[in-house]
Design a binder for this molecule. Structure first.
Ligand code: CTP
Ligand code: MG
Length: 227
């Protein structure tokens, strides 16, 4: 019997931000969590979850330094310089995924994402969803701002969106080619803007994004507990 061919999966790990809200001198993705740079943890999770190739998009002056973070996977990781906005970094990364038919986009700022989430997103794309996002429930109460007062909203109608997000490669290329100047916070929203349906799969608390100093403290405690 001829084995079914499995589509090649490329992951773009966006790591070109500076981490202004974290307020450190190093770019955020280079900061170590329990001795391992955030971006190295993110890349490891992509491979463990089923990616065949990883494109790391790094701050321009850090490309060579970042390349030294992945000695074990040197031949399967490309490190390239990123752009001004997150979506510019993703677009630049997309030009380096070769013939991969499935592409994941993952924030280096989510270094503790469990590999089973990566696998779950890939499988949903393999099963036919053109765009897939991992989501978790909103735990705090929410209010909408109305001029100088606020109104409660039903939090059960909201979800928090994580990465990796998974796409048919051609769908994401088309979305990026059509966005113009508008800024988007994630890639699924860009796909939705060209009428692509976005499917959700359950995410995981460990895929939280490191944004502020307290997030780094939490990540350090979790990573030390695991090693
Ligand atoms: N990112 C990127 N290129 C940019 C901006 C952001 O690759 N021009 C990446 C970041 O490196 C990060 C992810 O997008 O992994 C999510 O962005 P965010 O958490 O906002 O990170 P920073 O932009 O680095 O942080 P800040 O907004 O606090 O400066
Ligand atoms: Mg940012």
């Amino acid at each position: 019997m001829i084995p079914a061919t499995r589509e090649e999966v490329a992951a773009i790990v966006v790591a070109a931000g500076s981490g202004v809200r974290l307020g450190r001198e190093l770019p955020k993705a280079a900061i170590e969590i329990a001795g391992v740079p955030m971006v190295a943890r993110a890349v490891q999770a992509m491979f463990a979850g089923g990616a065949d190739l990883v494109v790391v998009v790094a701050p321009e002056v850090w490309v060579e330094r970042f390349a030294q973070f992945f000695p074990t996977y040197a031949d399967r990781v490309k490190v390239i310089p990123g752009g001004l906005m997150r979506q510019d970094s993703v677009r630049i990364g997309l030009a380096h995924i070769g013939s991969a038919e499935i592409v994941l986009v993952h924030d280096a700022a989510r270094p503790l994402v469990p590999p089973f989430i990566v696998d779950r997103v890939i499988e949903a794309v393999r099963d036919g969803a053109p765009a897939v996002i991992p989501v978790v429930p909103q735990v705090d109460s929410l209010r909408r701002i109305r001029r100088n007062w606020t109104v409660a909203v039903d939090r059960s109608t909201f979800l928090r969106v994580q990465t990796p997000q998974g796409f048919e490669a051609d769908v994401l290329r088309t979305a990026h080619a059509n966005v113009g100047d508008k800024e988007f916070t994630d890639d699924a929203t860009m796909c939705e803007a060209i009428d692509i349906p976005v499917m959700t799969v359950p995410g995981d608390g460990l895929a939280f994004k490191i944004t502020e100093p307290m997030d780094l403290v939490l990540a350090e405690v979790i990573a030390r507990g695991e090693s």
